[in-house]
Write a protein that binds this ligand. Structure first.
Ligand code: SAM
Length: 273
């Protein structure tokens, strides 16, 4: 019998965000692997199935996270190859800033084993609700904080900028559980090339337990270096500038509008014999 893999998300807030389809896959699985954000969420998942195996044991400070992720993928795939119906449950959305699910599905497909992902509620989804931001209003760019530092990325100061894993900003080793002020100063200096130092940024933490309060702390960009930042903190930088009209494109569109209008209203010639 062929095994299968489904990666599901349990959402951000314990018990409140999990979808009916994720609940159903978990209930029907032979084995459930879990990567939750806290011990309490792990215990809550334990109640849903009698064979839930936490992947947290693979993390180790000083160990390259790439090795950790490959070990997690291997643990999941071993059970799929053995013909089991496997669910891998991740907090949030299983495919948002989460590489284990993507790697596991890719590997399973290479081995012609059925695998797919079900969407979940991510930190970004919660952020739009809690901070009352509509990403469609001015646009919104998401970067992983370290990647944003290591590569030359574009910043649009007229859009929202969301930086994930800001607690690990600048970690080249992939082996740290947090980086300190010196690393964060480099990030702030990079951001100061675009934003004023008194620009208000938001330290965001969604509720993990329903009784938690949302952290939506506004601070000046310059104060980010000394701020309290955790593994689960996301940095939100609101726009500092207004959107600038793209006059070239607007002129081209106006010319199209004009020629369409003229062709619709062209006087028709009648032959009078
Ligand atoms: C490895 S990613 C996992 C994201 C997750 N898959 C999701 O769907 O949101 C970890 C990062 O997600 C963000 N994150 C995780 N938990 C959060 C929370 N409770 N509130 C805000 N952001 C959170 C932080 O930026 C953190 O560094």
């Amino acid at each position: 019998m062929s095994g299968s893999l489904v990666c599901v998300g349990t959402g951000m807030t314990l018990g409140a965000h999990i979808s009916p389809i994720a609940t159903s896959y978990i209930a029907q699985a032979d084995v459930v692997f879990s990567l939750m954000s806290t011990g309490i969420t792990e215990r809550w998942l334990d109640e849903m199935h009698d064979d839930v195996r936490s992947l947290q044991c693979y993390y180790q400070e000083g160990k390259n996270r790439n090795i950790t992720y490959n070990e997690m993928v291997e643990a999941i795939l071993t059970e799929v190859r053995a013909g089991k119906s496997v669910v891998a449950a991740f907090y949030g959305h299983p495919g948002v800033f989460a590489c284990v699910s993507h790697r596991a599905i890719k590997q399973a497909k290479q081995e012609e084993l059925p695998a797919h992902m079900e969407a979940g509620i991510s930190a970004e989804d919660c952020l739009y609700a809690d901070l009352v931001i509509d990403p469609g209003k001015t646009g919104c760019i998401n970067y992983e904080a370290s990647q944003f530092m290591f590569y030359k990325r574009n910043i649009d100061p007229a859009a929202h900028l969301i930086l994930w894993q800001v607690g690990l900003a600048g970690d080249k080793s992939l082996a740290k559980f947090s980086t300190g002020k010196a690393y964060r100063q480099v990030l702030v200096d990079l951001l100061l090339e675009t934003y004023p130092s008194d620009h208000q940024v938001i330290l965001y933490q969604a509720k993990i337990l329903p009784i938690d309060t949302v952290r939506a702390e506004q601070i000046a960009l310059a104060d980010l270096v000394a701020a309290e930042i955790f593994m689960h903190t996301t940095l939100v930088i609101p726009p500092s500038e207004k959107m600038q009209p793209n006059q070239d494109i607007l002129d081209k569109l106006a010319a199209i509008d004009k020629s369409e209008f003229q062709s619709k209203h062209r006087p028709t010639l009648r032959l009078v014999l």
